[in-house]
Design a protein around this ligand. Structure first.
Ligand code: NAI
Ligand code: MG
Length: 354
């Protein structure tokens, strides 16, 4: 397992260090893990003058999987756009062809009070949102701003998907549904948009190759409502880039715990970038108080989706569960009566539980 480790900025180095300790436990038990570290984002700009420099590109291309902390920080906000840390993230996504974004929303029962929703609505919640990451209105041409014939200023973007783009994300979605509850909900706006009509047609066609999976379709406005009304009706959801941007953020907040949310972005050869859903949290950087569990759970996703090592994935997730059951909490998920731990303290407990 060749793993590129990109700590990034802010709390990135702190949380990634704890996740690397988890990888080291697996290595001492016999898994063949090779780790190479490289900078990304602001850290890369500081060292190489670019957010995704050649040094980092080489290491990421040679790796099977990439573990990323987070990028960005106020000290980089005044840089020109091409030099900003977020460009490092866009660069690596594009370079590795990472088109499928997987965002699980899982509620650990011990953390039910962190949600704004009623416990009975979210207890046992475990859904996976799959979002296309490289197509749609974000990248469609033509795009721009202009003054029209009537002398009015206007702006426009193009919502577009090719058939191969839809087919490949459909196969990822059905493949993941096969490994879970075999229920897939495809979200679109087919009552209004041709792009959605096409999406629906291709999904219905691909479904014939996965007869065990129950495919349903839902309009995006209804899906937004259903996610807060009765989220447990869903197992795997799949949608386009724009709808997925919004729905995956909505779904992740059902659990209320940003420090607990992992994510993955995959390409066709299952190579993947694994990272917590949160950012670089400059407000708490360098204080050893960040929650490393989202990053540790990202390592579990890496074992599951890139390396197909289900046993290692389950073990990491169970170790996190055990630590929470024992009452250990970082500040962001702390409740009275629990034992408050630092970032590295939480890492110690996960390693011990493993
Ligand atoms: P953020 O996710 O970094 O922070 C939001 C709030 O959640 C803050 O109060 C922070 O302290 C807290 N938080 C986040 N992660 C935490 C953790 N692991 N443990 C405890 N508390 C945690 O989002 P924000 O403040 O909007 O962005 C900060 C920087 O991160 C910006 O430069 C932004 O561009 C960047 N960012 C990077 C992302 C990435 O690398 N994928 C994603 C989102 C934002
Ligand atoms: Mg978003």
């Amino acid at each position: 397992m060749k793993i590129a480790v990109l700590p990034g900025d802010g709390i990135g180095p702190e949380i990634v260090a704890q996740a690397v300790r988890v990888l080291e436990v697996l290595r001492t038990e016999g898994l063949k893990i090779e780790i190479e570290a490289a900078p990304l984002g602001g850290a890369a700009y500081d060292q190489y003058g670019a957010p995704y420099p050649e040094f980092t590109r080489k290491i990421c291309r040679a790796a099977d999987a990439v573990l990323l902390g987070a990028v960005g920080g106020p000290q980089y906000d005044t840089l020109d756009r091409p030099l900003r840390p977020e460009r490092g993230l866009l660069g690596i996504r594009k370079d590795l062809g990472l088109f499928a974004n997987l965002r699980p929303a899982v509620l650990f029962p011990e953390l039910a009070n962190g949600s704004t929703l009623k416990p009975e609505v979210i207890s046992g919640l475990d859904i996976m949102i799959i979002r296309d990451l490289t197509g749609d209105i974000h990248f469609g041409e033509p795009r721009g701003m202009r003054t029209n014939d009537r002398g009015e200023r206007e702006a426009f973007n193009t919502m577009i998907y090719t058939e191969p783009e839809i087919r490949r994300i459909a196969h990822v979605a059905f493949g993941i549904a096969m490994k879970r509850d075999k229920k897939l909900c495809s979200v679109d706006k087919a009552n209004v948009l041709e792009v959605s009509e096409f999406w629906k047609e291709i999904f219905t066609d691909v479904a014939r190759e996965y007869p065990q999976v129950q495919l349903s379709h839902m309009y995006v406005d209804n899906a937004a409502m259903q996610l807060v009304r009765n989220p447990k009706q869903f197992d795997v959801m799949v949608t386009t880039n724009l709808f997925g941007d919004i729905l995956s953020d909505e779904a992740s907040m059902l659990t209320g715990s940003i420090g607990m949310l992992a994510s993955a972005s995959l390409n066709e050869s299952k190579k993947g970038l694994y990272e917590p859903s949160h950012g670089s949290a400059p407000d708490i950087a360098g204080k050893n108080v960040a929650n490393p569990l989202a990053t540790i759970l990202s390592v579990a996703m890496m074992m599951r989706y890139t390396f197909n090592n289900i046993e290692a994935a389950d073990r990491i997730e169970n170790a996190v569960k055990k630590v929470l059951e024992k009452g250990f909490r970082t500040g962001d998920i702390f409740e009275p009566g629990m034992q408050k731990l630092s970032c590295s303290g939480m890492g110690n407990q996960v390693v011990a539980a493993l």
